[in-house]
Structures are given as structure tokens and as C-alpha cells.
Design a binder for this molecule. Structure first.
Ligand SMILES: NC(=O)C1=CN([C@@H]2O[C@H](COP(=O)(O)OP(=O)(O)OC[C@H]3O[C@@H](n4cnc5c(N)ncnc54)[C@H](OP(=O)(O)O)[C@@H]3O)[C@@H](O)[C@H]2O)C=CC1
Ligand SMILES: CC(=O)C(=O)O
Ligand SMILES: [Mg+2]
Length: 754
């Protein structure tokens, strides 16, 4: 069992920088249609737009065909209960609501926009939201304090014909129920026997209590507390929502109530649960401390008090995250896809059961990265899937959609469930998930990463982000002014960074011995080596990796790629039998293309082309894509003919002989490789769809294409990733940003780029 410690740290400054960097905030609107020509504009706006206007006026349901309504959810708050921070007002809730909007997109491809309403009057809130029905396919109410949240949600559900869900109530209840089902399962408990203490009597607490009671927990076995202590039958001044859960009991304080309790559900405020209370719980206590951002008790404190406990929190940086983020994206996905008129009890229970069931299933190898590289097994540290588990997108919306159909609230039932599941999987670009997973894997196995150009501000910013993100230990190579530069970037403790200065490093002697041994028969004198080690940061950095003082190296922002690679190659060899090469990864909203070799081999031989294809296909697989490899040329299957085609054809024959396990084909021009329609002209072609791995015929065309796409293309670009060295070294472009450097470092540390 882990000690329950947190694995993410960041400073307040980083949190603010994250939100202010570039375009302030976290969302923007992107057009889904071309807006380039006068004709485009005439279609998008007046006069063309009049046609769908008339169509919708004649048949309102066509709004789902001609506008974004069907995939658009509003996240609406008045800021009266922002996380566990309390009533800080509508404006201050905006970062949370923008955050939910991006999570909708990231996890379930639901478009979402935040709306903050400046009123504490429930009636005005209801009227404002009710008027928005034409705009949205669904409404996620958020961070509205009890009891107004109950009044608001109830009224809107009655008045509106689209799914409405107050997520702090029902999202939280669904996830809590799923976690509790599994925690009871693990500790051999039956829901009907467990004694539960619920701390908090607001939106989340009341909904969780109602749901677990509907699942079998006995009313008499639940004690609910608010700020004044136990809500007991007969207590004065208790509203109707709290009094529905009032207990017949002599207990008056949380401290009394905790005696012998099996389960603690915290939906209140930071620090509300004390270790002495935890010590008095029953054997194998179940503690869900779900206040955000800081739980009622931290897992290390709870585990110190009771090593036999199962502990969950609302945070992503501890094991067992019981947080509504596991639910809302997927619940709305399912509800939108069947045009549900509501999110009803059946849909909530289906979601809870799907979540609980998923945690009990074996985690497939390809999902293991999501869990730091090791597939977790159902148990005390894994009672519920993590939000970035890619299986959630397939399992939960399908369960919710089916429940909506079975319970009669689906206006557009799904006819082919298997095809629907496939479409769900295809909605997310696996690269996005893989990047998240690689970040998690790096965190789970933090490495020592050399940042070889530490005098550069962009490199220092990357090193700070890398360390604060918990991805590993940055090992800085630079001169004595580096601490001052760190201080200027707001680092309070610059000396806590490991800094190596080649002018006075105690490692220099070992490095010189090592390198002299390698290069003495390649024309180098010992004093040449001493000069190289002392003066060349890439040589020094690579030596740190070669000697095992660090695991990975990142460099590239101060010298050209080829110069940098030459220096590194003096220290580090290619892996046995491998020609190193570079991959650019182009990532769009719904596609990812791997292009290789874009950086090293000027005119690859047939054997090298075959190797490049095989290794790039392996990287594509590691990043979640089933490879379809196209060997590119100016010619498609011999037309036009030319001298360059032989090596490509030979490469294809080499792969034939090797019997590789992925699709490949060539030679072909890029438009044929990427365009399914053109591919139909070649019915013998062995690719089952557009290629996602492009093997380039030569460095000229490869490097030009990669750079053009990087500068002009709409996709974002990862890389170049350097593949095939004995030790992981990555060379960024000279224009790399801090976050690009961090991504490269993380991909190298997680073993994806190798
Ligand atoms: N993990 C998750 O997914 C979620 C977590 N939460 C967390 O749950 C908490 C409550 O949120 P929500 O229900 O929306 O807010 P509400 O404002 O509706 O309710 C807050 C409740 O907490 C009670 N409370 C506050 N401090 C204490 C305390 N020290 N001891 C006992 N009770 C206390 C209040 O008591 P009183 O009635 O006397 O004022 C009130 O009943 C927040 O920390 C929030 O972050 C919420 C939703 C999802
Ligand atoms: C997670 C969430 O919604 C909350 O803490 O309010
Ligand atoms: Mg909330």
C-alpha cells in the first residue's frame, strides 16, 4: 500500500502563469467551416444562413443538424460554493467553469462554454437559464450552494426539455457510489450493514446520501453533520433537505459520530477530520475525504492514523480520485448522443455501475501507461478508474445512452450500439491521451534529465516546469550565473537545483578518461578531450548520461541540429544495429501523422528505409495509433517512373520478407497516402485507410516538409524526436518553447521517444 503521498507540486506563481500565459484563460472558439472566401462568408452568414434559419423555424429539431446545439453544454454557476472555497462570487468562479469546459472537450469531445451569473437570487437564476434553452444541448449547473441549488435544479428540470444536471450533486454522487460499491466489495461489507458518517450537508453531501440510501444503505445507519454538528431529529432550524436525513441519535458532534463508523464521506471543508477521529473508526475504515482543493484529511495523515484504511480524495495527485470529473464529460456525452430530454436516476445508476465495473476489470496493457506504466490491479489503491483512462470514453457514455433509451428519455435512440462504441473511441485523438499518459508515467518513475543549455531562459523555464510538475529531477549544465537567472524567474530556492559547471565539476576527470578512451584512436589528443569536456555543454551533458549520472538529456536551442547531433555522437553510440533518425509528429484535432526521417540521413538506403518504417511504426503504436505506413515519393506505383524508386521498392520487399505486423505500402505521393478517395484508384493497395506514418525518401524533402508544416500548418508539432541512440538524448529545434522542451523531456523519460 502506498503512503498515500501527493505526486504533484506547483507554486502559486506557476498556477497563475499557467492561466495568464499566451491567450489569457483556457478556452477559445474555433470555426468548424472554412472562412476564407467571399463565398464561404456568404454561406456562413447572410445570405446563406437564412436557409437553415427557415429550416429550423419549420422544424425545430433540425437545429441539431444545422447548428452546434447538439454538442454544446453550458457550465453555469453563480459562484456561491466554489469548490470548498465558499461563496467568492460569480466572477471568481470563472476559472473553475472554464476548467470544466476544457475537461468536457478533453475527455469526451463535448463543446462547452462557461457562463457566470451575477445573482444570488434563485428565481432570477432560473429565469436566466431557462431562456438559454435554444442555445444548448445540455446544462451543467456548478458550484451553487445548497439549498438554492436544489430549488434551481428542480425548477429547471421541470421547465426545460434538455438534460440538466447539477454536477456537485449528481456527478459527485455517482462517483462516490461507484467508489463505495468497490470499497465495500474489497472489505467484505454489505451496503445494508455499513455505518456511514457524512460530513457536510450541502449540495454534494445530500445528493450522495440520497443515492447511497437508494442503493441499500439504511437511513438509520447514516449520521450527517454540518458546521453545527450532528443533524439529529428534533434539532431546531434545520431546512427540509437536511431534515430528510436527520438521525435518531444521542450523538451531537462529528467526534461522537465517528465512534465505530465504517465509512466517512467528507463533502465539507479542508481539515475537518482529525486523526484521533479516524483512529476510532471500525476495522478497515473507508475514508472518502472529497473537499476540494484540500481534503478533510490528507491521505498521509489518514494512513498514519489507520494503516488499514481505504482512502480516497477529490484530487488527481493522490491515489483513488473520487471526483466528479470522472463522470460529467461521459454522462453528458451519452445524454447528448441520444438527444435525451433529461438525466434521470436510471442513467445515473448506469454510470455508477459502469464506473465501478471498469475498476474491477483487468487493465489492458495498452492502458497501462495511463497508470504510470504499470497496470494497476483492483485493490485499496485502485478502487476507481483514473479520469484519463481511455476506456471511460467508450464504457460510460454507452451505458448512459442505453439507460436513457431503456427509460424512455432518448429522443434519438442509437440503433447500432457496437458502431456507437467505435465512434466514441474515434472521437478522441489517441495522441492527446498518450501525452497525458506519458506525463503520468514520467511522474510515476521520475528520471534525472540533463538540461544542457541552462543559461537560456527558455531552458530554465522548462526545467522549472519539469521539476514543479513532479516529472523528475532537472540536472542543469551551466555557469555560475544560473542561480541568479533562476531567482529572476521567481525561484525562491535556486540552490536546490542541481547545477553542473564543467569548469569546476568533480566529474571532469572521469569524463575525460571515458571520452579519451573512446576517441584516442580517432585523432584526438588528451588535451583536445579536456577542452571538449570543459567547453562544450553538449559533450559535458551527454557525458553525464553516458556515465550514468543522469538518465536523459535535452538540448538543441543554442546550436543547429546537425552540429548538436555531431557533438552528442562523440559521446553516445547508436543502439546496436540501428541508424538513428528523427520523427516529427503532426497532431491535429482528429488525426496524428508521424513523419520520418526528418533529421539525420540524407539519402537512406533501402535497409535504412525499412528500419525507419519499423521503428516509427513502433513509436506510433506506443502513442496509441495502429500504424499504416506509406513510403512517400513523387511517384505513385511507378507513375512517373524515375531513378529514386528502387530503394523504396526494395524497402517494401524487406518488410515483406520480415513479415512485420503493421500495414505498409509504397511508393506513393503524399496526396494518395493521405486521401482515401485517391486511394480508391489503386484497388490493389494494401493500406486500409489514410496513412499515419510517412516514410520520407530523403532528408531534403523530409526536413523541408516538416519545417514548412511546423511554420505554416494548422497542426501542432511534437518533435523532432531522435530515435535510435544507445541512451535517450533529445535535440529540440532552436525555436522550441518551454512547454515543447518539457514534452520532449517527458516523452524521452517515459520511454515513448526511443
Ligand atoms: N470530489 C468531488 O467531486 C466534489 C467535492 N465537493 C466538495 O464538497 C464540498 C461541499 O461542496 P458543496 O456541497 O457544493 O457546497 P455547499 O455550499 O452546498 O455545502 C457545503 C456544506 O459543507 C458544510 N461544511 C462546511 N464546513 C464544514 C465543517 N467544517 N464541518 C462540517 N460541515 C461543514 C456546510 O455546512 P452548513 O450547512 O452548516 O453551512 C454545508 O452543509 C466542497 O469542499 C467541494 O469542493 C463538491 C462537489 C464534488
Ligand atoms: C469537483 C467539484 O466540482 C467541486 O469540488 O466543487
Ligand atoms: Mg463543483
Amino acid at each position: 500500500m502506498s503512503d498515500g503521498s501527493s505526486n504533484v507540486q506547483f507554486s502559486e506563481r506557476e498556477a497563475l502563469l499557467f492561466h495568464s500565459a499566451g491567450r489569457p484563460g483556457k478556452i477559445q472558439i474555433v470555426a468548424t467551416k472554412p472562412m476564407a472566401t467571399q463565398r464561404d462568408l456568404s454561406l456562413a452568414y447572410s445570405p446563406g444562413v437564412a436557409v437553415p434559419v427557415r429550416a429550423i423555424a419549420a422544424d425545430p429539431d433540425t437545429a441539431y443538424d444545422y447548428t452546434a446545439k447538439g454538442n454544446l453544454v453550458a457550465v453555469i454557476s453563480n459562484g456561491t460554493a466554489i469548490l470548498g472555497l465558499g461563496d467568492l462570487g460569480a466572477l471568481a468562479s470563472k476559472p473553475v467553469m472554464e476548467g470544466k469546459a476544457v475537461l468536457f472537450k478533453r475527455f469526451a469531445d463535448v463543446d462547452s462554454i462557461d457562463i457566470e451569473l451575477n445573482t444570488k437570487d434563485a428565481q432570477r437564476f432560473i429565469e436566466a437559464v431557462e431562456l438559454m434553452e435554444p442555445t444548448f444541448g445540455g446544462i451543467n449547473l456548478e458550484d451553487i450552494a445548497a439549498p438554492d441549488c436544489f430549488i434551481i435544479e428542480q425548477a429547471l428540470r421541470e421547465k426545460m426539455n434538455i438534460p440538466i444536471m447539477h454536477d456537485d450533486q449528481h456527478g459527485t454522487a455517482i462517483i462516490t457510489a461507484a467508489g463505495l460499491i468497490n470499497a465495500c466489495h474489497l472489505t467484505g461489507r454489505d451496503m445494508k450493514d455499513i455505518k456511514v458518517v457524512v460530513n457536510g450537508a450541502g449540495a454534494a453531501a445530500i445528493a450522495c446520501t440520497a443515492l447511497i440510501k437508494s442503493m441499500g444503505v439504511r437511513h438509520d445507519n447514516v449520521i450527517m453533520c454540518d458546521r453545527k454538528g450532528v443533524i439529529w431529529q428534533g434539532r431546531e432550524g434545520v431546512d427540509q433537505w437536511k431534515s430528510a436525513h436527520a438521525a435518531v441519535t444521542d450523538h451531537r458532534t462529528l467526534n461522537d459520530a465517528m465512534e465505530g463508523a465504517d465509512v466517512f464521506l467528507g463533502l465539507s471543508a479542508a481539515g475537518a477530520l482529525k486523526p484521533e477521529m479516524v483512529r476510532r473508526m471500525a476495522d478497515q475504515p473507508i475514508i472518502f475525504a472529497m473537499a476540494n482543493p484540500d481534503p478533510e484529511i490528507t491521505p498521509p495523515e489518514a494512513m498514519a492514523a489507520r494503516p488499514d484504511a481505504i482512502v480516497a480524495t477529490g484530487r488527481s495527485d493522490y491515489p483513488n480520485q473520487v471526483n466528479n470529473v470522472l463522470g460529467f464529460p461521459f454522462i453528458f456525452r451519452g445524454a447528448l448522443d441520444v438527444r435525451a430530454t433529461a438525466i434521470n436516476e436510471e442513467m445515473k445508476i448506469a454510470a455508477a455501475e459502469a464506473l465501478a465495473g471498469l475498476a474491477r476489470e483487468q487493465v489492458p496493457e495498452e492502458v497501462a501507461l495511463a497508470y504510470g506504466g504499470r497496470a494497476p490491479r483492483f485493490g485499496r489503491d485502485y478502487i476507481i478508474p483514473a479520469p484519463f483512462d481511455p476506456r471511460l470514453m467508450e464504457v460510460v457514455p454507452a451505458a448512459v445512452a442505453k439507460a436513457a433509451m431503456d427509460s424512455g428519455v432518448a429522443r434519438k435512440p442509437i440503433l447500432d450500439m457496437a458502431a456507437y462504441r467505435d465512434s466514441l473511441r474515434a472521437r478522441l485523438n489517441p495522441t492527446t491521451a498518450t501525452l497525458t499518459l506519458a506525463y503520468e508515467a514520467a511522474r510515476a518513475h521520475p528520471k534525472r534529465v540533463v538540461f544542457a543549455e541552462a543559461e537560456e531562459e527558455v531552458v530554465l523555464r522548462a526545467a522549472i516546469q519539469f521539476r514543479d510538475g513532479g516529472y523528475g529531477t532537472p540536472v542543469l549544465v551551466g555557469r555560475d550565473e544560473v542561480p541568479d537567472k533562476l531567482r529572476a524567474l521567481g525561484v525562491g530556492d535556486p540552490d536546490s537545483f542541481e547545477l553542473h559547471n564543467s569548469r569546476n565539476s568533480p566529474l571532469v576527470g572521469r569524463m575525460v578518461d571515458f571520452l579519451y578512451e573512446r576517441l584516442q584512436r580517432r585523432g584526438y589528443l588528451r588535451r583536445d578531450i579536456e577542452l571538449l569536456v570543459n567547453q562544450d555543454r553538449n559533450i559535458f551533458g551527454a557525458l553525464l548520461v553516458a556515465l550514468g549520472e543522469a538518465d536523459v538529456m535535452i538540448t538543441g536551442v543554442t546550436r543547429t541540429y546537425s552540429q548538436t547531433l555531431r557533438q552528442i555522437r562523440r559521446v553516445i553510440d547508436p543502439a546496436a544495429g540501428v541508424t538513428p533518425f528523427g520523427i516529427h509528429v503532426l497532431v491535429g484535432q482528429s488525426h496524428t501523422v508521424f513523419m520520418a526521417d526528418t533529421t539525420v540521413n540524407e539519402r537512406p538506403t533501402a535497409l535504412q528505409l525499412a528500419d525507419i518504417a519499423e521503428r516509427t511504426a513502433a513509436v506510433a503504436r506506443k502513442m496509441g495509433h495502429e500504424p499504416r505506413v506509406a513510403f512517400l515519393s513523387y511517384s505513385t506505383f511507378g507513375n512517373p517512373s524515375g531513378n529514386w524508386l528502387d530503394s523504396i521498392r526494395e524497402a517494401v520487399a524487406i518488410l515483406d520478407a520480415r513479415g512485420v505486423s503493421f500495414e505498409y505500402e509504397g511508393e506513393m505521393a503524399p496526396d494518395v497516402a493521405l486521401n482515401e478517395k485517391l486511394q480508391k484508384n489503386y484497388p490493389f493497395m494494401r493500406l486500409s485507410g489514410p496513412a499515419n506514418v510517412l516514410v520520407m525518401p530523403g532528408l531534403q524533402s523530409a526536413n523541408l516538409s516538416a519545417k514548412l508544416l511546423r511554420e505554416l500548418g494548422g497542426d501542432s508539432v511534437i518533435g523532432p524526436m531522435l530515435v535510435g541512440l544507445e541512451k535517450p538524448v533529445q535535440i529540440a529545434t532552436m525555436s522550441a518553447t518551454a512547454s515543447e522542451l518539457v514534452t520532449l523531456a517527458v516523452l524521452a523519460a517515459a520511454g515513448v521517444a526511443s
